[in-house]
Write a protein that binds this ligand. Structure first.
Ligand SMILES: C[S@@+](CC[C@H](N)C(=O)[O-])C[C@H]1O[C@@H](n2cnc3c(N)ncnc32)[C@H](O)[C@@H]1O
Length: 221
């Protein structure tokens, strides 16, 4: 599938798949979306407490890098697992401008380290942040109650409806600890129904710039 690097409206880059007319991030702003959906409405719920995060779709590592920056700011211990079946190429990563756009040049080596680190092995990126990149398909996930927070960042329902199914959300529910939280940029009724049917309590929140709504789901026990 043809892949091209494009700039989103906040100046940050993303990868666009023209055949699907689908991007890795919102065209209204990749960084803006990541901060709003995953940090403000996800990570921030945990204050400064240690958090274990599962990311569905590691992709360019933008969410992981922004989460790393938060861990530095707040001195918060984070254990991050990113699942990805189709890693982004080294060439594409070089074209991503997240380090510059996030004004974090002092951490450019960290973004590189995240991408160069071995797959399927826990790597200590620094004393506060450990990363495990799992080269795995989402339907192969079989964890039980080990994560506090899930960043559900699969491609949209329009192009990959099978990833928004009850089967996948059941796996997400199982992998969360009691009272765990899942956040996603999506806001379709069909997605909400899948989440509710496996036991999640779902709320609708205001979306990032350019998107009206998004979902946050809780494993309430
Ligand atoms: C929306 S992008 C994720 C963007 C990413 N969070 C970031 O910050 O760059 C969705 C990701 O899911 C991956 N993916 C698609 N289908 C998958 C599957 N069945 N199993 C695992 N990964 C998959 C894609 O390769 C892509 O990297």
């Amino acid at each position: 599938m043809k892949r091209e690097i494009i700039k989103t409206l906040d100046g940050s880059t993303t990868i666009h798949l023209s055949e699907w007319n689908e991007s890795y991030h919102s065209k209204h702003g990749a960084i803006q979306e990541a901060k709003h959906v995953f940090i403000k409405n996800g990570l921030a719920l945990f204050d400064n407490n240690p958090v274990s995060i599962l990311e569905i779709g590691f992709g360019t590592g933008l969410n992981a890098f922004i989460t790393f920056l938060e861990s530095q700011n707040k001195k918060q211990k984070i254990n991050y697992t990113g699942v990805e079946a189709y890693p982004v190429s080294a060439e594409e990563l070089l074209a991503m401008n997240y380090v510059e756009e996030l004004e974090s040049l002092e951490f450019h080596n960290i973004f590189e380290k995240m991408h160069k680190s071995e797959w399927d092995k826990e790597i200590e990126i620094c004393d506060l942040f450990s990363l495990t990149k799992r080269k795995q398909f989402f339907d192969e996930i079989n964890d039980f109650e080990i994560f506090d927070l899930i960043y559900f960042d699969a491609f949209g329902y329009r192009v990959q409806p099978e990833l928004w199914s009850t089967e996948i959300f059941q796996k997400m529910y199982n992998s969360l600890k009691p009272n765990g939280v899942l956040v996603t940029y999506a806001a379709r009724g069909v997605v909400k129904r899948s989440m509710i049917s496996v036991g999640f309590t779902v709320e609708k929140l205001a979306g990032p710039p350019g998107k009206r709504e998004m979902f946050r789901a809780f494993k309430k026990t």
